[in-house]
Every structure is written in structure tokens, then in C-alpha cells.
Design a protein around this ligand. Structure first.
Ligand SMILES: Cc1cc2nc3c(=O)[nH]c(=O)nc-3n(C[C@H](O)[C@H](O)[C@H](O)COP(=O)(O)OP(=O)(O)OC[C@H]3O[C@@H](n4cnc5c(N)ncnc54)[C@H](O)[C@@H]3O)c2cc1C
Length: 379
């Protein structure tokens, strides 16, 4: 089978790239997925679009996050027009709460650098915080409000992206695990599973935490590892919170249908998606600290996913040296839902029009090649 572009990996990144290159005029696209489309990290995510809450300093990564967020309203609108699927972009914003002196010091630091960097951030007193979210604990000391940290229903986003592919003749092959990248005379010509070859002019690896398993002769692939995240959810009859709410120990994401997602653990634990009681308990405690009334609720859903992480915590986006037609888009770690539209845009512009971007230079695969994955974090 010949494609103009072969995309390996059917998570939010692979699916978004497929859509965007199709919108840029490339029509022969095949997506190969080792399991089922959109069932890995992208499904496990909480769907927060949170440049303020998720970044720690001004710089190119923060710029990348805010620029990707700025694409979201149009992304959601276009997806609805293209597929009829509402991805529930919710712009109520995010609160970051303080319960201790240490939390308050962190909040002050965050407030100062974000103001200086021109990000939108407001300081709220305890009273203002409780007025804005009445179910928040009376122990709250103060908070920051990030009006531009939004959320999206990531499972619906995956559904919309899949539907776009199906409606537009993008071929999807599930249960197709790529083992090797194929090269001829030093040029990448496709990829193969154990028993099938797929030929293509360009290959995009959007293989998340599994990227390092793929072999490519004479090419040095970046190292990506899984960082486990467990989550729980409660179900309430009606929505109790308007905004996403963070503390330093966890976050709460209220969905339109009354579900409340609580996340997430951050565990360097290999390819393990089991549910652990200890993690469940830690998440429940983080939720109760934010809003004590949640302690009365039964857990409605419990799951885990594997975030793709590279040694420096930054995404890997671009083509490998000496392999101009092999692209990688992975290691989006905690922010792949947020970063999907801009990742797709820069890859599509490169593929369809050979247009470069400073982000392709900054996130190029070579910057993440070290084997020194020294991260060692627990819950
Ligand atoms: C608990 C949790 C909460 C999160 N919350 C948020 C959040 O609120 N906001 C946010 O922006 N991000 C969040 N993230 C991070 C986000 O989910 C990831 O960054 C994003 O999903 C990565 O997308 P991806 O497409 O690269 O990976 P995945 O969704 O993992 O997709 C990769 C796909 O590639 C396939 N694949 C791998 N190897 C092969 C192969 N050899 N052949 C064929 N197919 C292959 C896999 O089966 C998989 O389907 C969260 C993650 C977790 C786990």
C-alpha cells in the first residue's frame, strides 16, 4: 500500500496531524494503530488546556502552550462544522488554591512571573475564592484565577478526530503494530508490522510512550518513557463546580454531565496501567482537601494512562537528521491535549509546504537524545 503520509499512532497527536495535513491538501493518508484508536494516554487525560497552571517559567515552552491554546476556539468550531461532534470546549477558567504557607509562597512566585510574562492571572482572597466556587473548602487561604486555562472533553475530541478521518477517506488500520521503519538507499520508504509492509513518501511517528520500541536502521531514535497517571471520577446529578480547580496536591475537573475528574498521580513505574488502592486514596484525599463534601461520594470511575516523557520534559517534534521524510511528534508529557493543534499545524506546514517554524528547531529530536532519563518522581 502506498501513502503520501503514513502516521504511526492513533492518539490525539497522530489524529490531529492526520486531519491537519488533510486540510493542507494531502489526501493519501494512512493511520496505523497498534491497539484501538484513541485508547491510550489521550483517552486517560483530564482535558485541561492549562498554560498557566502547567508551566513553571517564561520561555519557548510556555509560548508554545499559549499559542496552542489560542488555536483551540477555532479548532473546536471547525471540528464541529466538519464532524457534528461538540468537543465541549469550556472557558470558565481555572483556580489554583492555597491551603498552606508553602502553597502561598508558590502562588506568589507563580503570580509574579506570569504577570511579568504577560499571562492573564488574578489574585483572589479566600472570600472571593469561595464566592466564585462555593463548594471549595473553608480552609482555603487564597487563590490564583487563570481565565485562559480552559478544558475540553478529550474523549469527545478523539471521537471528533476519528470521525474527521472516516469522513475524509483517511485510512485507519487498527491492531497494526509497527516494528521497523523501512529505508532504501538511506531514504525512509515506509514501515512494517510483523507481517505487512506499508510504503509511504513520508512517515510520522506519533507513538507516545512506546516510541522507543520502534527500530530504524542507522537512525538514532530519541528515548521516550512512560510516566503513569492514575485518575478517579465522581458522578453528581448536576455540575457542582464551574471552574477547573488545582491545588499543589491534585486537581479537579468538572464536566458538563456532572462528572468530576480528580487527578492525577505522576509515577515513574514503567508500562503499568493497573489501578492501585494507595493511588486512589491519595487522589480522594486531594479532592477532599479542595472540597470536603466530595468525601461523601462513591468513586464512579478509576483509570490510568501513560504520559510520553523525554529526558528534559519537552516535546519532541520534527524530523530526524539524515531522514528528511521521517517525522516524530511525541513526548508531550502532561500537555498533549493542549498541544495537539499547534503540533499538528507545524508538522502539516512542514510536510505540505516545507515551511519551518522556530518550534521545529527548538523541539527537534536531537535535543532529547540523551539516555539520561534521570527523572525519579513518585505520587
Ligand atoms: C492521567 C493523565 C492526565 C492527563 N491530563 C492531561 C490534561 O489535562 N491536559 C493535557 O493537555 N494533557 C494531559 N495528559 C497528557 C496527554 O494525555 C498526553 O500528552 C497525550 O495524550 C499524548 O498524546 P499521544 O497521541 O502522543 O499519545 P497516546 O494517546 O498514548 O497515543 C499514542 C498511540 O500510538 C500507538 N502506538 C504506539 N506504538 C505504536 C506502534 N509501534 N505501532 C502502531 N501504533 C503505536 C499507541 O497504541 C497509542 O494509541 C494527561 C495524561 C494522563 C495519563
Amino acid at each position: 500500500m502506498n501513502s503520501e503520509v503514513l502516521i504511526i499512532g492513533g492518539g490525539v497527536i497522530g489524529l490531529s496531524i492526520a486531519r491537519e495535513i488533510h486540510r493542507n491538501g494531502i489526501t493519501q493518508i494512512t493511520i496505523l494503530e497498534r491497539g484501538k484508536i484513541g485508547q491510550e494516554s489521550s483517552y486517560a487525560a483530564a482535558g485541561m488546556l492549562a498554560p498557566n497552571a502547567e508551566t513553571g517559567e517564561a520561555g519557548i515552552f510556555t509560548d508554545f502552550c499559549t499559542e496552542s491554546l489560542s488555536l483551540y476556539a477555532q479548532f473546536a468550531e471547525n471540528l464541529f462544522a466538519e464532524t457534528g461532534v461538540d468537543i465541549e470546549l469550556d472557558r470558565h477558567g481555572t483556580l489554583f488554591l492555597s491551603f498552606t504557607e508553602k502553597d502561598s509562597a508558590e502562588l506568589l512566585h507563580r503570580y509574579e512571573w506570569q504577570k511579568k510574562a504577560g499571562l492573564k492571572v488574578e489574585h483572589l482572597s479566600a472570600q472571593e475564592t469561595r464566592k466564585s466556587e462555593p463548594f471549595v473548602s473553608p480552609d482555603v487561604r487564597e487563590s490564583l484565577f487563570f481565565p485562559n486555562d480552559w478544558q475540553v472533553e478529550n474523549r469527545k475530541l478523539l471521537h471528533a478526530l476519528r470521525k474527521y478521518a472516516e469522513l475524509n477517506g483517511i485510512e485507519i488500520r487498527e491492531d497494526a503494530e509497527i516494528k521497523n521503519i523501512l529505508s532504501e538507499n538511506g531514504k525512509v520508504v515506509g514501515a512494517e508490522t510483523e507481517n505487512e509492509k506499508f510504503l509511504a513518501e513520508n512517515v510520522v511517528l506519533a507513538t507516545g510512550a512506546w516510541t522507543s520500541f520502534i527500530k530504524a536502521e542507522n537512525l538514532q531514535m530519541p528515548v521516550v518513557k512512560p510516566i503513569r497517571g492514575q485518575m478517579i471520577a465522581f458522578q453528581t446529578a448536576k455540575r457542582l463546580f464551574e471552574k477547573v480547580i488545582y491545588s499543589s496536591r491534585g486537581y479537579l475537573v468538572p464536566r458538563a454531565d456532572g462528572r468530576i475528574l480528580i487527578g492525577a498521580t505522576v509515577e515513574d513505574a514503567g508500562f503499568d496501567k493497573n489501578i492501585y488502592d494507595l493511588s486512589t486514596e491519595i487522589l480522594r484525599e486531594a479532592a477532599i482537601e479542595i472540597a470536603p463534601s466530595l468525601g461523601n461520594l462513591q468513586i464512579y470511575e478509576n483509570w490510568a494512562g501513560l504520559r510520553p516523557f523525554a529526558n528534559n520534559g519537552l516535546p519532541i517534534i520534527g524530523n530526524l537528521p539524515h531522514a528528511e521524510n521521517l517525522f516524530i511528534a511525541t513526548a508531550h508529557y502532561r500537555n498533549g491535549i493542549l498541544l495537539a493543534p499547534l503540533t499538528a499545524k507545524i508538522i502539516a506546514e512542514k510536510l505540505a509546504a516545507n515551511r519551518n517554524s522556530e518550534y521545529l528547531e527548538f523541539f527537534r529530536p536531537q535535543q532529547a537524545r540523551s539516555n539520561d532519563l534521570s527523572l525519579n518522581i513518585s505520587i
